[in-house]
Design a protein around this ligand. Structure first.
Ligand code: UFG
Length: 331
């Protein structure tokens, strides 16, 4: 445990709100920073302190001092890949430049640990699958590049200042808190499992399958889907390691090391709901790699963490339960 709070930026968002739950459940004290542009204040657990502020605000260093922040977990940012292609400067502002300011605040306030939400998009189209942390990072969109630039900043800052860091490169995050306290609530989400459970609850009448001619077992794209609660717990484990070993920093893939195709995901949703979702076979989406699966050897070896929810139907069940909660709330 640490003597002070963990600052969670983007704590009102999807992954951030689950990290807040994991930290609080593990006994940490938390202060959430969120500007509520895409997050929801109702998603912030009442046990956490909340400051509505942008991460680039220079006053953040005062908030860090007031709350005796000992670690930052940085989730705030923009996350839609096609939008990053259309509006790259938004991504370099919200992800890269804003994070630069946040890191500067952390250094000024003497915060010793920093955990960053990175992404498999830093690899671009991987040369081999499963892809390992030491493989080339050649992002094929501004989203991936904006995150890779942040990884570079953290490396350089940790070499110059008394701060260590962990970058977790997320694969496909899905599901919801098994206790039903949070979930993916974004309106207009583009992620497959979210879209499929929206179809299952009648919010959409079909699901588009983007590409049926990939060199995969059934021709559709293969991804490594990780339960958001496992991912949140990996952040808590990363924090423990940073505290125990202040001279080390880590870049780790966060995935399960196995992939499912789009059709396999939709079949799982059908089994869970006992319905048949209508599939519309369409052409490939620009920039989609055929297969993206994590080599997760490093995270398993480095962190005191192991997947607890590596079960596609379980992920779908939790996502669906949350979607029903949203429907009941009229959202
Ligand atoms: N897909 C469909 N139909 C849909 C939505 C998605 O067939 O309606 C397919 C995609 O083509 C892909 C798979 O389902 O094969 C997963 O797509 P998602 O949009 O759910 O996720 P991505 O793999 O595109 O995106 C993920 C992360 C991003 C990250 C990216 C890196 O969510 O943050 O991987 O490639 F940038």
């Amino acid at each position: 445990m640490i003597d002070g709070k963990v600052m969670v930026t983007g704590g009102a968002g999807y992954i951030g709100s689950h990290a807040v739950l994991a930290l609080l459940d593990a006994g940490y004290e938390v202060v959430v920073i969120d500007n509520l542009v895409t997050g929801f204040s109702w998603a912030i657990d009442r046990r956490a302190a909340f400051v509505e502020m942008a991460v680039e605000d220079v006053n953040l260093r005062n908030v860090m001092a007031e709350h005796r922040v000992r670690a930052v977990m940085h989730f705030a940012g923009s996350v839609v890949v096609p939008e990053s292609v259309a509006d790259p400067l938004k991504y370099y502002r919200n992800n890269t430049a804003a994070t630069r300011s946040l890191i500067e605040s952390a250094v000024a306030a003497g915060v010793p640990h920093f955990i960053f939400s990175s992404t498999a998009a830093t690899y671009g189209t991987p040369e081999r699958v499963p892809v390992a942390e030491s493989d080339p990072t050649r992002p094929i969109n501004p989203y991936g590049m904006s995150k890779l630039m942040t990884e570079a900043m953290l490396r350089d800052v940790a070499a110059a200042h008394p701060i260590n860091y962990a970058c977790l490169r997320y694969f496909n995050v899905a599901g919801a808190d098994p206790q039903g306290r949070s979930g993916q609530s974004t309106v207009g989400a583009t992620h497959l499992i979210k879209i499929a459970v929206e179809a299952a609850t009648g919010k959409r009448d079909s699901v588009a399958v983007f590409g049926t001619d990939f060199p995969t077992r059934d021709g559709t794209g293969v991804r490594d889907y990780i339960h958001v609660t496992d991912l949140a717990e990996a952040h808590v484990a990363a924090l423990k390691l940073l505290v125990e070993r202040p001279d080390e920093s880590h870049i780790l893939n966060a995935g399960y090391g196995r992939g499912f195709s789009v059709l396999e995901v939709l079949d799982a949703v059908d089994r869970v709901t006992n319905m048949t979702i209508r599939r519309k076979l369409e052409g490939r989406r620009a920039g989609d790699p055929a297969e993206l699966v994590a080599d997760n050897g490093a995270i398993l070896k480095t962190l005191d963490w192991a997947p607890q929810r590596d079960d596609l139907e379980g992920i779908v069940r939790d996502a669906l339960a949350w979607e029903r909660t949203l429907a009941e709330r009229g959202r």
